[in-house]
Every structure is written in C-alpha cells, then in structure tokens.
Design a protein around this ligand. Sequence first.
Ligand SMILES: [Zn+2]
Ligand SMILES: [Zn+2]
Length: 341
Amino acid sequence: MQANILVNAGRLEMRELPLPEAGPGEVLVRVKAALTCGTDLKAYLRGHPQIPMPGPFGHEFSGEVEGVGAGVEKFRVGDAVMSVHSAPCGKCYWCEKGQGNLCESIMGSKVLGAYAEYVLVPAHIVSQNMFIKPGHLSYEEAAALEPLACVVYGLQQIPHSHQDTVLVIGAGAIGLLFLQTLQARDVSQVIVAGRREYRLRLARELGANQVIDVREENLAATVMAATEGRGADVVIECTGKPEVWQQSVDLVRRGGHVLLFGGCPKGTQVCFDTARLHYDQITVHSPFHFDPAAVSAAYSMLTEGRVKPGRLISGSFSLDRLEEAFSLLQSGDCVKYVIRP
Ligand SMILES: [Zn+2]
Ligand SMILES: [Zn+2]
C-alpha cells in the first residue's frame, strides 16, 4: 500500500509499505478521507514528541472496512466506518478512577498513519471508539470525529448555560468547532477572536455573534465593552500560546471559567494574579484529549447533523500532494484540508 511518511521535520516521502493484515479484534480500514490537523502541521514543521519519525502519521480518518480480525462482530467487510485513533486500556489506575483520557497507555497505544491507503485499527480502539458511518454523513465530515471529541470533552469540564457569553480565542479548526458545538447547545452569545481574515470571515458566516480581529482591535477592551465591563462567563483558549493562556484569565468575569485548551510547548510557564484566581474565584481548566463518552457524544452530534464540520474543510488533495496542503495551511487562508488516498 502507498503511505505518505514523515521522514523528518520538513520532509515527506511516498513509500510502498506491506499491506497489514487484521489480527484478533483488529479492523483494516481503507482510508476514504483523512483530515489535516494542527498537530500534523506542527509535526511536519518541527517534529512532535507524540509522532515518531520516520513514520506514518495522520490521525483523523474515516473509510471502508477492508478486513476484520477474529472476534470482531460489530463490523463487516464493506462497512463504512469512522473512528478516533486512541482508546484507554480500562485497567490502569487512571482508567479505574474514571479518567480514561489520562490512561497511562493512551498515547503509547494510539494508531497513526491515516495519510495512507489503509490503516490498521487496534482491538482496544475498535471495541470502544469505532462506529458505523451512516450514509447521509460524508466521509470527510465523519473524519472530524477526533477533533470534535476533544472539543466535546473540553466543554464537558465546564458548567455553561444558554444565557452565557462565551469568548473563543483562536479561529482555527478547534476554535470553529467550539463555536459550532456551543451553537448546537444554544449558547446565546459566542464571540470569536482571531488574527486571520479568512478564518474570521468563516466564523462570521457560521453565525458567531461577534468577531474580533485582534490585529485591529484591543481584545480586552472589546470583550469588556461587550459584557458591560464584567468579562465573558466562559473563556476558551485555542491558540496554544502561553501569553494567550495568561491573558485569558483577565478576560473572564468574576466567578467565571477558563478553558485553556491549546497545548503549549513543553517547559513554558505562565503567571497568574493570585487575587484574580482567589478573590474573583476564577476556575481554570486545561483538559487533555478525550474519553470514550466524549467520542460517542461527538458521534451523535455528527450523525444528527448538529455540528457540520464540512464548512471547515477548505479543499481536497490526493495522498501524494499532502505537502501542498501543509504549505497552504501555513498561510492561514484555510482551515483544514481533506486528503483522499
Ligand atoms: Zn487532530
Ligand atoms: Zn488505562
């Protein structure tokens, strides 16, 4: 089978790899759609601690079952399926505490390699986090199950209500998925802040109540003006920049919640005013990854059409043109691309 391999930072190579065979509990999927993701772009530009090089990569996918291993009963050859690339072990300390997202083997046992003709999905993922794709859902929308599961898990950590004003900082794929998910939950006021014109325009088209271009407007002043000087009820940070993490705490109202969603480079630090956290009782959350409950909630949202990630897909490329997709992603005049092997 053909696979587009990440050889080292900045270098991709199409390689012919042996077609894997499905062992017990495993499912071999012929990839129909693989989405680009910020993590993959980071890996391509400068390497990523969770993505070994040289090696296959890409982790947002959907496809058709090509082979099933012994004991697989939920899926048959020819089924259209959608899946995420990880699942908890169910046995470790964290799994037993109900924190499957922090399972000690969740990263080590994940599957990478959606930028290929086939991907072999391990048994623990098949049994927990793989689903049948209904016919009315396109393969490219189905491939957004993983990022949507991250977003859904993040929102499950914070109390929020219909009347809230939620500020989303960062208008990339994750920020826009937060916008769509908040709208699906009838949150009355969603403000999106960003710095790329294309993405801010898309946020507006998707129905954001207010869009702030941080290159032209003062973010803090604009948010205070929009909230009678209180600050947003909830602030969701989706940039992965320490300075934005720090600023987020100053944009939320007294008693509000901050979701620091974008992972920053290892070793970076931020500094918060203790009075803000204590006397203003700001609650700060920084959720990591997702658990199977979030994946099935995301699956329902996609299959019921409550979230439509198709709007975030800016175009498509064949497998051997992945590099072009990555160079366009750096321009910011797009959100995500679909790769069709
Ligand atoms: Zn992703
Ligand atoms: Zn575990």
